[in-house]
Design a protein around this ligand. Structure first.
Ligand code: 8OZ
Length: 373
């Protein structure tokens, strides 16, 4: 749907969520939740960014098996759920809205993070050419991912149930405004979607319909749990992140969004190109406009959210061309007042990469707002 009068700075409806503007804080892993438990500092960090129309939380594990990185938060144990409450309260007190990104890493993990030091799980027993982050003595340390084992079909309903339970914890207990299903970046759901990581011969592998089955079962369980109007999903059709690969992504993702159209989600969030990298990949062409049209043609009414390395002019152009929401990641790390800076055309702070993953307040809650720098 083209928005002839839409700007980045006017309010917009995404399912049940009434958003003050079209600027979204993308999910950003920051590795500052020891024991998978959110902290008061995280509440301060998110509240500083509450002028975003919507904040998507950092990826948050739905079960311990879904953990793949040091000091990332969870939403399955009671202490974790309790510890999220002051975070959502701080964001709401600052006038913002926040959804929780629900995450299972699948094979992007390390035995030291898994229950009983077990192997990570995946659609197929194929190791990813990827690294994960462990933290030793406060210092982030990149290690290769462990060899996964293939999930048995009888284990899948439990994982689907864990997504729904985490969604309930998020919305009904921790007071998030909704949830985003993380189906991107080579993590579990994306591993099922793409044939580079899925060689299953059962109902969850092979054809496009089969590879999309796990995703759709998760979406149905989560929408049943908290209502579709509070559920979004993030997809990354061509990202090479975490060794994700499919030789023919267009029909796969066209199918996924057509199926999602009937499920009445609040929004569909698309990473265009390589996550945190180039928007165009010469060896992985993809038609994003065609994807949006496939969703709309199938009756999809959710907000269409685009992401990846956009500046203000590109974001405005995207809205002109039919995007409803634009998610900014790295820019929100370094600019808590990104909305005001974009609105006034002010310069942006540069982020310090050395403090992206792990640590404390430095490079987290100490970036200046306009007038302070
Ligand atoms: C950066 C570092 C660790 C995890 C993703 C959740 O790529 C992540 C992630 C990003 O989706």
């Amino acid at each position: 749907m083209p928005h002839s009068h839409a700007t980045l700075f006017n309010s917009v409806q995404a399912g049940d969520l009434n958003l003050a503007n079209r600027i979204v804080m993308a999910p950003l892993t920051r590795n500052r939740a020891p024991d998978a438990t959110p902290t008061a500092l995280m509440g301060e960090y998110y509240a500083q960014r509450a002028s975003a129309g919507l904040i998507i939380s950092e990826a948050t594990a739905i079960c311990q098996q879904g953990q793949g990185y040091a000091d990332v938060p969870g939403l399955y144990a009671e202490e974790q759920v309790e510890a999220w409450k002051p975070v959502t309260r701080a964001v709401h007190a600052a006038g913002g809205k926040i959804v929780c990104q629900l995450w299972h890493v699948g094979r992007i993990s390390h035995t030291s993070l898994q229950p009983g030091n077990a192997q990570p799980v995946a659609p197929s027993a194929l190791r990813a050419e990827a690294k994960t982050v462990l933290i030793k003595d406060g210092v982030p340390n990149f290690v290769v991912t462990s060899e996964p084992r293939a999930l048995q079909a009888y284990e899948l309903p439990d994982i689907v149930h864990n997504y729904a339970a985490a969604a309930r914890n998020a919305v009904h207990t921790a007071d998030f405004d909704g949830v985003e299903i993380h189906a991107a970046n080579g993590h579990l759901i994306d591993q099922f979607l793409k044939s580079g990581s899925n060689q299953r011969r059962d109902d969850f592998g092979g054809s496009i319909e089969n590879r999309a089955r796990f995703l759709l079962e998760v979406v149905r369980a989560v929408t049943d749990a908290v209502g579709a109007g509070r559920v979004g999903i993030r997809l990354s059709p061509v990202t090479p992140a975490n060794d994700a690969f499919d030789p023919d992504p267009q029909p796969l993702f066209d199918y996924v969004v057509r199926e999602l159209a009937a499920l009445k989600l609040a929004y569909v969030h698309i990473i265009e190109g390589a996550t945190g990298g180039p928007r165009e990949l010469v060896d992985r062409p993809f038609d994003y406009t065609g994807l949006r049209r496939a969703y709309r043609a199938a009756g999809g009414k959710g907000a269409w959210m685009v992401n990846n390395g956009l500046d203000k002019a590109m974001a405005e152009q995207a809205v002109k061309e039919g995007a409803d929401l634009v998610a900014f990641g790295r820019a929100f790390i370094a600019n808590p007042d990104l909305v005001e800076r974009l609105c006034s055309g002010s310069a942006l702070n540069e982020g310090d990469r050395s403090t992206y993953y792990g640590g404390g307040a430095k490079g987290y809650t100490d970036y200046p707002v306009l007038g302070q720098n």
